[in-house]
Design a protein around this ligand. Structure first.
Ligand code: AMP
Ligand code: MN
Ligand code: MN
Length: 342
């Protein structure tokens, strides 16, 4: 923590990046830390390679997020997603510090951060994945934390920044997203203590819950319908898959299919729920959830991904059936001999 505070104190121009296919913790943490750095007078550039998905665009500051931050070698300044807008930060690609959020390995930053673009610039990794081995110059990693946003509340207060309504709103969104509204096993008394501080600072729990869990696109319900119609129970593994063709037919984006694995995991007879999502390039995004007692983190690591004991994922080469068989085989083996995971 002290090394992290020193790095931030000494930096003026900071690039903050979060992971691809961002969830609420990825975006909430990015924006919450962004507001805190700006209130310290830092020049902060906020980047997510996939941009801010529609469900999180209500969060304050989301319009400032860029997909391709400028690098010292130039070639940037225009954002392909916002077309024509110049980047907010004034750094022109020359950063003193890069902060990476909510990702257990650097490939998860996608095109928002390639180390070779920033030689000699320190990387501060802030994350809560148990599978994070610490690839930064300084690593702040707490697998006990329910969300990266939870860790940031402590960091921000140690930086001497008072929580305001904007910071608190973004961070409570992150906390809610990763705990599904304080319902998952990573919710500890400390988590609720942090949430209380965020509410006291002006975050509206009811409004955030409504935005994050009760506001959906029509396309997402169409995809859910298709995914549920095609799901299969294989011993204690409940799985379904969503192809590019299905997404097209539903008029949906990959983000519209992101919460489906949580629906599958509510089935009593399923110890593990898996959703296979085909990406435009043919690779397959695998999202997994497990009942307490099944530790997915080592399984996801063996598949080249990462995550938490009860929520993990990986990215595999296609085609869909090949990726599916590889994951199901790995899961069946692990369920048969759980002792190996101890
Ligand atoms: P998801 O099912 O996409 O919500 O992901 C569940 C958890 O697994 C999250 O904590 C993700 O950060 C992690 N995860 C998902 N995909 C990957 C991946 N390709 N590599 C590493 N971690 C992943
Ligand atoms: Mn995340
Ligand atoms: Mn997270």
């Amino acid at each position: 923590m002290n090394a992290a505070l020193t790095l931030i104190a000494q930096a003026r121009r900071i690039l903050v990046v979060t992971h691809i296919e961002p969830d609420g913790d990825a975006i909430g943490s990015l924006l919450g830390l962004g507001w805190a750095l700006m209130s310290l007078g830092k020049d902060a550039t906020l980047a997510c390679a996939d941009g801010v998905p529609a469900p999180f665009r209500f969060l304050p500051g989301s319009e400032n997020v860029v997909t391709r931050p400028p690098s010292p070698h130039g070639g940037a300044g225009m954002d392909p997603l916002t077309r024509g807008l110049t980047y907010p930060g004034q750094a022109g690609g020359r950063y003193d510090l890069i902060i990476g959020l909510d990702a257990s390995d650097p490939s998860r930053y996608g095109d928002a951060y390639h180390p070779e673009r920033y030689p000699g610039i320190p990387l501060l990794v802030i994350d809560h994945h148990v599978t994070n081995e610490g690839f930064g110059t300084v690593n702040l990693i707490d697998p006990q934390a329910a969300a990266t946003a939870e860790m940031l509340v402590a960091l921000i207060s140690q930086l001497g920044v008072a929580l305001d309504a904007r910071i608190a709103t973004c961070l409570l969104a992150g906390l809610l997203a990763d705990t599904l509204g304080f319902r998952t096993a990573n919710t500890r008394p400390e988590t609720l203590g942090v949430a209380m501080r965020l509410m006291e600072a002006g975050a509206n729990l009811t409004e955030l819950t409504h935005q994050l869990f009760e506001t959906k696109s029509l396309a997402s319900l169409r995809v859910l319908g298709r995914a549920l119609a095609e799901m299969q129970l294989d011993s204690r593994i409940l799985w379904t898959e969503i192809s590019q063709a299905t997404l097209r037919e539903c008029g949906a984006t990959s983000g519209d299919a992101s919460g489906i694995v949580n629906v599958l995991s509510s089935v009593r007879d399923a110890e593990v729920a898996v959703v296979f999502r085909e990406r435009p390039d043919g690779s397959v995004d695998v999202g997994m959830r497990s009942a307490p007692g099944v530790n997915l983190a080592p399984i996801a690591l063996r598949l080249g991904g990462g995550g938490h004991p009860q929520a993990a994922g990986c990215l595999l080469p296609g085609p869909l059936p090949a990726a599916r068989e590889r994951v199901l085989e790995e899961l069946r083996r692990s369920l048969e001999s759980p002792a190996e995971e101890a």
